[in-house]
Design a protein around this ligand. Structure first.
Ligand SMILES: NC(=O)c1ccc[n+]([C@@H]2O[C@H](COP(=O)([O-])OP(=O)(O)OC[C@H]3O[C@@H](n4cnc5c(N)ncnc54)[C@H](OP(=O)(O)O)[C@@H]3O)[C@@H](O)[C@H]2O)c1
Length: 256
């Protein structure tokens, strides 16, 4: 089997949340470059329109759909729109996420709720909506949840974020266990540090510089460093993988 064939996504419809920037934008472009039609989802539709134009210029096919993933009614509407535009979703990348900064002692309840609503509740709601429709359409599918190395490891000042990502990892296993009989695979990726809008101020700080120097590879993740994990889980190459977590962190979590 040749790699191009093994990872080919022709005929698949992928929905990527949080595609208006950072990792999600790249995920959408990579899935499209490998043959999938892609529904790009976020609140900032002006950015989604630019991404759709970029994907189309490169020969791919994509559509923009506005959705706040913390609103389950909007999630259902986004899937309705995706189906009207291109059919049933078969690859789902649960990527939308937010961070917060500050110690647990003074973390406001509203901030805790907001992180949980976006990073954990929405991951469940989007996965459930997608899986229900896959079952109804009698389609197999792949759900890829974007966790974090902070779902298994810690640093100070990220309590809500770390707990939400730990929840995503356990949720991934729970859904994988229940949905395998429907041929719906559910896996997660745990990225280390990748420079995006979620963390660029932190990574530019002295602390960010320390993080970079502490990384065994002496660098943050680069633009293409998650492509392989994404394609493995999205394509037939990962057909027997479910409930898994792929860590892509340059060795960051190896050393205590
Ligand atoms: N960068 C890293 O080092 C790193 C490491 C580990 C894990 N991650 C995870 O990777 C994912 C992507 O993060 P990123 O680094 O690419 O950050 P980013 O550039 O800030 O992108 C976050 C994306 O999430 C979307 N989003 C946030 N709240 C949303 C909501 N309520 N409804 C719909 N979309 C929403 C944003 O779109 P709109 O604002 O347009 O809605 C944006 O497209 C996150 O889950 C993050 O936790 C990142």
């Amino acid at each position: 089997m040749r790699a191009g064939e093994l990872f080919d996504l022709s005929g698949e419809l992928a929905l990527v949340t949080g595609a208006s920037s950072g990792l999600g934008k790249r995920f959408a472009a990579v899935l499209a470059a490998n043959g999938a039609t892609v529904i790009v989802v976020a609140r900032r539709t002006d950015r989604l329109d630019v991404l759709v134009a970029e994907i189309e210029r490169s020969g791919g096919k994509a559509f923009a759909v506005a959705c706040d993933v913390t609103d389950s009614a909007q999630i259902a509407l986004a899937f309705d729109q995706a189906e009207d535009l291109a059919g049933p979703v078969t690859i789902l990348v649960n990527n939308a996420g937010i961070a917060h900064a500050g110690g647990a002692l003074n973390l406001k309840h509203a901030e805790w709720r907001s992180v949980m609503a976006t990073n954990l509740d929405a991951v469940f709601h989007v996965a459930q909506e997608g899986a229900q429709r896959m079952v109804e359409a009698e389609k197999s599918g792949s759900i890829i949840n974007i966790a974090s190395v902070l779902g298994t490891h810690l640093q100070k000042g990220v309590s809500a974020y770390a707990v939400s990502k730990a929840g995503v990892i356990q949720l991934t296993k729970a859904l994988a266990l229940e949905w395998a009989r429907h041929n719906i695979r559910v896996n997660a990726i745990a990225p280390g540090w990748f420079r995006t809008e979620i963390n660029d101020a932190f990574l530019d700080s002295d602390m960010g510089d320390v993080m970079k120097r502490k990384n065994p590879m002496r660098r943050f993740g680069g633009e293409a460093d998650l492509d392989g994990a994404l394609l493995l889980l999205a394509s037939g190459a990962g057909a027997y993988m479910t409930g898994g977590l792929i860590t892509v962190d340059g060795g960051h979590t190896l050393e205590v």
